[in-house]
Design a protein around this ligand. Sequence first.
Ligand code: KG4
Ligand code: ZN
Length: 333
Amino acid sequence: MNVLGIETSCDETAVAIYNDSGLCCNEVYSQIDLHQAYGGVVPELAARDHLLKILPLLDLALKNAGLQQSDIDFIAYTKGPGLMAALMVGVSVAKALAYALNVPTIGVHHLEAHLMAAMLENAKPQFPFLGLLVSGGHTLLIEAKALGEYSLLGETLDDAIGEAFDKTAKLLGLPYPGGPLLAKLAEEGDPSRILFPRPMTNRPGLDMSFSGLKTAVLTATQTQAYTAADIAASFQAAAIDTLKIKTQRALKQTQYKSLVVAGGVSANLKLRSALTHLAKKNNINVYFPKHEFCTDNAAMVAVTGYMRAQRGDYDKDIMILPKARWPLITVAT
Ligand code: KG4
Ligand code: ZN
């Protein structure tokens, strides 16, 4: 069973194929250079570029997998959430190709796909597990009971963690998307130089907030008393500490024995080591996607599609439209 995966929700055009032997190819084209001049993603430019890149990427994916279009059994595509104009490209290509090949399509939730990226590894997590989703647009703690069955334990009330990394990086003069560059700069700084707040950790509950951290960083930059590297390191320490405290609380509440970390920020090495340490302390297993599967990719869409196809869970209507907003907890409905 060959499942084609297509991802176009934001600024990566991606195509991958997953089958009974695992991942056969994984092609990603990042639009970072296109958007850098604007300091963020321009939706209309993103959509036009997806349109230019998606068919050549599809050909490349098939070539690298040694497969023909006629070998495709299912087409999984990111249905949402994301930028509407960008999503439309992936949905249209998926639908048109599926119509031509007479195969079913599977509309995949982008955040479920991020969580399922952990299934691309040999050691796969078993349901139920605690999910910590840390990306540029979302920060969620989720109870994952089964495929498609999620309940929300906590989320950010304002900025997403990736957004906080990117905004802090911008304040320090780093180009978009600054998250990985900020992490690099932090390596040269002292994480204990400035005690930034650990927002909402002194209150009960699992919700989070990261917009105040950005203001604290702004104040620190204005004093001119600290190096950019010290600010970066101290910010990173505060952000990671906050995630660690909330994750510890969620583990205690759920008593789950597995933690799955996913989304772009799960590529952060300091976060990975903090959560590995937390897992050891709690005597639980922690799962991270491989580095290339943390940020947006189609391998995670293809594997989610594969798991859904196995239970006969595919689109029953060719007229399905993308959803720019789509809470993960409603994915089954
Ligand atoms: O999951 P993703 O590719 O896109 C969304 O679905 O949002 O996440 C992108 C986010 C960006 O904010 C980027 O700066 C952040 O992930 N990111 C990182 C690192 N790598 C990517 N943040 C901190 N440290 C990293 N190493
Ligand atoms: Zn994403």
